[in-house]
Design a protein around this ligand. Structure first.
Ligand SMILES: NC(=O)c1ccc[n+]([C@@H]2O[C@H](COP(=O)([O-])OP(=O)(O)OC[C@H]3O[C@@H](n4cnc5c(N)ncnc54)[C@H](O)[C@@H]3O)[C@@H](O)[C@H]2O)c1
Length: 424
């Protein structure tokens, strides 16, 4: 890695995940100073990244964002260079400013997309077609057909395209993935992930309109299940069911079609045995109780032929009780915000950080000619090609809810004669 050139990076989206700034102030979630900006500033300090830029929709937000970063990153960690170019320029409002921001980059630069779900596909495609390496947050796309298009575009332009499924880098999850391989044929998987009702206030502008809680939260564990079962089983049929009534009532008043809790039931078929079939149940909710002591409740269960695995990602055996706020369970294995003994940022081993660093390392090694994008598919990383079934299941779930029917996932020949995944 020592001889690789530094890479320039554009952050698309200036919100909670990128900066921790949510328009009214710092986020009240577990990401008060964000993840992407902080990680890239630290990777610049460590010599992997060079120039940075950021694009949102409303350029008028940048003075407040810069002040928030200066106080909470510059004022807390030593040696952080917080400089970046901003788009739209001059405080303008422009939802297509990402185009100019991408055009300003040299091919081989990195583009990291944390914007609302329906915008991932057009921004990613625009960047890939101009020769950029792209990291897209989950859900990569809402439609399977868009995901397939991004796979083809990334291949054509020979760029790295990863989906930011950071849970694959959680040490407990990646160890569990390896152990699952020794448990024989797959039989049953169930996952629960939820956030407290107050998130409906935070997500009000898009909840139920532009996306749903299954895309937002179940994307995480559907991807983990697809990763565990890669090359061993395939999903064939999805049936979805939803609970409603809380999000659409007082005081949240979300649009009438907003679901509270969505469950997808998925049939899986072994690719190595004629006899074995499995069932997976993925549930996500944004109407979980307040004051549960965690921001995201999240746990899953895997059963194979010869054993089972249980993981509780929300309770890590580490809790803190404060008189005013009660007991909270924290997860420093994701993002560790407390500084090092020298006063520098100290979270380089957190899987939120590692996930972005792996992408930056992959893009730099392709630029240096020491790796090809296909190498990362072979390594089982969350590349756009390796995550296609995650999108297939999420998209099938949405159709199942809307059309009240089972949706089938199949292989079919495309117009150019290549086999690809489709929904029926
Ligand atoms: N916040 C989290 O904890 C988290 C975790 C993992 C993934 N995600 C994903 O991140 C995405 C949203 O990011 P967030 O959580 O920071 O949300 P956010 O609402 O705080 O920020 C979204 C940002 O996107 C910008 N944006 C909207 N349209 C744009 C466009 N056309 N061009 C450029 N920027 C545009 C907005 O200006 C805003 O800055 C979602 O896809 C979500 O699933 C969020």
């Amino acid at each position: 890695m020592a001889n690789l050139s530094k890479i320039n990076a554009l952050m698309c989206g200036t919100g909670e995940y990128t900066t921790g700034w949510v328009g009214t102030g710092a986020s009240k979630s577990d990401k008060k100073i964000g993840v992407v900006g902080l990680t890239l500033f630290d990777l610049r300090r460590l010599g992997k990244v060079d120039q940075l830029s950021m694009v949102g929709v409303n350029g008028g937000k940048f003075p407040a964002i810069r002040q928030h970063l200066a106080e909470n990153i510059g004022g807390v960690y030593k040696d952080m260079d917080l400089s970046f170019e901003e788009y739209p320029e001059g405080g303008k409002v422009d939802p297509e400013a990402y185009k100019l921001a991408i055009e300003k980059l040299a091919p081989g630069s990195a583009v990291i997309i944390f914007t609302p779900d329906p915008t991932h596909y057009p921004i990613a495609l625009y960047a890939i077609e101009r020769g950029m390496h792209v990291l897209i947050t989950k859900p990569a796309t809402q439609l399977l057909s868009h995901h397939v298009e991004l796979i083809e575009a990334a291949k054509k332009h020979n760029v790295v395209c990863f989906v930011e499924h950071h849970k694959r880098f959680d040490p407990a999850y990646s160890d569990a993935k390896a152990r699952a391989q020794a448990l024989g044929e797959f039989n049953f998987f169930s996952a629960w992930m939820s956030q407290p009702k107050l998130q409906l206030e935070v997500f009000k502008s898009w909840a139920g309109k532009d996306s749903d809680i299954s895309y937002y939260l179940s994307s995480h564990h559907i991807d983990i299940c697809c990763w565990i079962l890669q090359d061993r089983a395939v999903p064939t049929r999805v049936v979805a069911s939803a609970a409603t009534g809380i999000a659409t009532g007082e005081p949240y008043n979300c649009v009438p079609q907003t679901e509270d809790t969505i469950t997808l039931m998925v049939d899986w078929e072994s690719t190595t045995s004629d006899r074995h079939r499995g069932t997976a149940v993925y549930t996500a909710s944004w109407t979980a109780p307040l004051k549960a002591g965690v921001h995201s409740a999240q746990h899953w269960y895997y059963m194979g032929e010869k054993g089972d695995i249980t993981v509780d990602q929300a309770h890590r055996g580490y809790d803190v009780t404060v008189d005013e706020t009660g007991k909270m369970w924290y997860n420093p294995f994701y993002m560790k915000y407390s500084p090092s003994e020298t006063g520098h940022f100290d979270g380089q081993r957190g899987y939120g950080y590692i996930s972005i660093e792996k992408f930056i390392d992959a893009a730099r090694s392709v630029n240096a000619g020491s790796a090809t994008p296909a190498d990362f598919d072979a390594h089982g990383l969350p590349t756009i090609a390796n995550t296609v079934l995650t999108t297939a299941i999420l998209n099938a779930g949405r159709i199942s809810l809307d059309e009240k029917r089972a949706v089938f996932i199949k292989r079919a020949l495309s117009e150019n004669g290549a086999e690809q995944w489709v929904l029926e």
